[in-house]
Design a protein around this ligand. Structure first.
Ligand code: NAD
Length: 499
């Protein structure tokens, strides 16, 4: 795929041990134009999972013995191939996902950047510390784990998969990826490029339902680690299924991020524009989007008016249209969840303001929801307590900083948060009291967290940290090699005792 054909369809087989494997095809439709088929992908079953894991087990000895610099070279070659195909991959991602082309391009470009970032950690991946003295020697190193299962969500499929796969491969593991049920095509093409730069079996790709293929992978006795990004509900199922042989786990789960606008903030175009961008990028389907806004009562009316007016400028339609700023939501289930939350807010007597303008297509064509601002809800309302993952944002007022922090922390989620103030030091102080893995100051959108920054959630937003060097660490086991004299036994070292 090197040219951009906006009507082309792509059909993707599974990839096991370097070979294409056919299976029943699941069709992918354009969520902005449901009459348009974008392509299809082959699905597998438990037998396919067994075959993929067996291939990854066999490939492990060779791949883990390669130097980290060799492994890095494969990632760099793939990054170059992705860059060369940026337009075609981004166009496909927009057509299967619904996000606007600028965001799809950013996702693909960041995928190449992520591969290069992890390739750049070759020295870090191969580091060993050696302590040697009269008592003997201790080597501390990082060993690969074996087969890592990577299970991917649909919202940022290409980038999020790469953020899990690249550190796993750099650490010397072999990988079996389960494609997301929605928007798997651009990712599958990227994975084929990556697999082509590796020996057969190092990277295998399966697809199918989470309950069947995903669960089989999670419970597989030869899989040593599961890296999962997705919902908290699925994270719980994965933790349960992975317990059969005590797999290592990295879980990047759901979020319901608060944004706190302190009374020390000035309601500028910049501040409002940043929050609108954060809340409505990719129709709100971002794990760390601001999903509930808490605004100091003194600023509440001014902020709500400015935020609603700025949101009203969003043009909604097909993401391939360069004038469009927001596409549809990705799938029928997401459409239902978000519209149900909007209806529940109406029933609770909230003020629900739907804004934005359609252009080119609208609700009769796809899974469209207009950007929506909701006021008049209380903290216990479903739209405030649940992760909406869509283009609807509640705004609530608070009176004191302590109250704002308590409201922000009143959630089982703890992925990210933001604090907005003209006084950044003050905002950092408030941030320290928020239970979230990342707290941003005067920004809260895709791009606020760089691939080098450890990322993950408190509470039910996850276990472990992805991104950065820590993702490499979490793809390894610490191994100690030692030939030390036992000081307690007071006996001579066996080797050193020999004449
Ligand atoms: P999901 O949990 O429904 O699905 C994710 C993947 O898990 C899919 O591939 C699915 O097939 C698979 N799956 C489902 N049931 C399974 C099972 N029992 N065993 C194994 N695999 C199973 O999530 P989604 O709807 O694709 O993604 C949206 C969610 O992901 C949101 O909650 C969002 O906040 C979260 N998310 C979190 C992050 C993060 O970094 N923390 C990033 C992106 C998305």
């Amino acid at each position: 795929m090197t040219s951009v054909d906006q009507a082309a369809t792509v059909t993707i087989p599974l990839l096991i041990d370097g070979h294409d494997v056919d299976g029943p095809i699941t069709e992918v439709r354009n969520p902005a134009r449901l009459t348009q088929t974008v392509g299809g992908y082959a699905t597998g079953d438990r037998a396919t999972v067994d075959a993929a894991v067996a291939a990854a087990v066999t490939a492990f000895a060779g791949w883990s013995a390669r130097s980290a610099h060799d492994r890095a070279a494969a990632l760099t070659v793939t990054a170059d191939a992705i860059d060369a195909d940026l337009t075609a991959l981004s166009t496909l991602l927009t057509r299967e996902h619904g996000k606007i082309l600028a965001d799809a391009s950013a996702e693909i470009a960041n995928t190449a950047r992520t591969l290069r970032y992890y390739a750049g950690l070759a020295d870090y991946a191969s580091r060993e510390s050696i302590t040697e003295d009269h008592r003997g020697r201790i080597v501390e190193r990082r060993a690969a784990m074996g087969v890592v299962a990577v299970i991917v969500p649909w919202n940022y499929p290409v980038l999020l998969a790469t953020l899990m796969i690249a550190p796993a491969l750099m650490a010397g593991n072999t990988v079996v990826v389960k494609l997301p049920d929605n928007s798997p095509l651009a990712l599958a093409l990227v994975l084929r490029r990556l697999a082509a730069a590796l020996e057969p079996g190092v990277l295998n790709v399966v697809a199918g339902s989470g309950q069947d293929v995903g669960a089989a992978l999670t419970a597989h006795p030869r899989v040593r680690k599961v890296s999962f990004t997705g919902s908290t509900a699925t994270g719980r199922a994965i933790m349960r299924d992975a317990s059969v042989n005590l797999k290592n786990l990295s879980l990047e789960l759901g979020g319901n991020d608060p944004a706190i606008v302190l009374d020390s903030a000035t309601v500028t175009e910049q501040l409002v524009g940043e929050l609108v961008r954060g809340a409505f990028t990719s129709s709100g389907q971002v794990c760390y989007a601001p999903k509930r806004l808490y605004v100091h009562r003194d600023l509440f009316d001014e902020f709500t008016e400015a935020f609603t007016a700025a949101t009203d400028t969003l043009i909604v339609g097909d993401g391939l249209d360069p004038a469009v700023r927001m596409g549809p939501v990705n799938n029928a289930q997401q459409h239902r969840t978000v519209t149900d939350l909007i209806e529940a807010s109406r029933r609770d007597g909230a003020r629900v303001t739907e804004v934005g303008q359609y252009r080119g297509c609208g609700p009769d064509d796809g899974y469209f929801i207009r950007p929506t601002v909701v006021t008049g809800l209380d903290q216990q309302s479903p739209l405030v307590q649940q992760e909406q993952f869509g283009p609807v944002v509640p705004i609530l007022a608070f009176d004191t900083e302590d109250e704002a922090i308590a409201l922000a922390n009143d959630s089982e989620y703890g992925l990210a948060a933001s604090v907005w103030s003209d006084d950044a030091d003050r905002a950092f102080q408030v941030g320290r009291r928020i239970q979230a893995g990342s707290v941003f100051v005067n920004i809260h959108r895709v791009g606020a967290s760089d691939p080098s920054m450890p990322f993950g959630g408190f509470k039910q937003s996850g276990i472990g940290r992805g991104h950065g060097e820590i993702a490499l660490d979490e793809s390894t086991e610490i191994q100690i090699l030692a030939d030390r004299i036992d000081m307690h036994a007071n006996t001579p070292h066996p080797k050193k005792a020999q004449p």
